[in-house]
Design a protein around this ligand. Structure first.
Ligand code: FES
Ligand code: FES
Length: 170
């Protein structure tokens, strides 16, 4: 019994490539990716909201796919490429998606914004002109309690060159 507890708490060495930079880190076997990224790697742009897979604030990209970092064991990401919101801007220059969020007033308290941006980044990478339904589908796991969603929707339209199209209510 004691041995089993010890083995569960024994740290493991994993390698994560985060925003193009390789990190070899010792983690607890039950450590969640969001905590490793924020507390061990020091990238606090990724937010921890509900910690239960419900709000989407912790969304980041794992090998290009949007995933919930609060519900992903870091040990499962050994050898994988992680991309966080810190990687979107090029120095002082914001990405077109970030610019569009600012232009459209899609950032209020900002807590949902990193997760939203990462979901939109993944959407546009695979689908540069998403339809209304495709935008809704891509953002269905990202909750925002401030904006009412239309500003976010407008930002995605702007970032994809579809500014003239009227948004539909979520
Ligand atoms: S913090 Fe991960 S889904 Fe809410
Ligand atoms: S801007 Fe506040 S939760 Fe979305």
């Amino acid at each position: 019994m004691i041995e089993a507890v010890k083995s569960r708490s024994r740290k493991r060495l994993i390698t994560l490539t985060v925003n193009g930079e390789e990190h070899e880190i010792a983690i607890r076997p039950n450590a969640m990716l969001v905590d490793v990224v924020r507390d061990q790697i020091g990238l606090t742009g990724t937010k921890s909201g509900c910690s239960s897979g419900s709000c989407g604030a912790c969304t980041l990209l794992i090998d290009g796919r949007p995933m919930l970092a609060c519900s992903t064991l870091a040990v499962e990401c050994d050898g994988k490429a992680i991309r966080t919101v810190e990687d979107l801007a090029d120095g002082e220059r914001l990405s077109p998606i970030q610019e569009a969020f600012l232009d459209q007033g899609a950032v209020q308290c900002g807590f949902c914004t990193p997760g939203m941006l990462m979901s939109v980044t993944a959407l546009i990478a695979s689908n540069p002109k998403p339809s209304h339904q495709e935008i809704k589908k891509a953002l269905e796991g990202n909750l925002c309690r401030c904006t009412g969603y239309n500003a976010i929707f407008n930002a995605v339209l702007q970032a994809t060159g579809q500014d003239g199209i009227k948004p539909i209510m979520f």
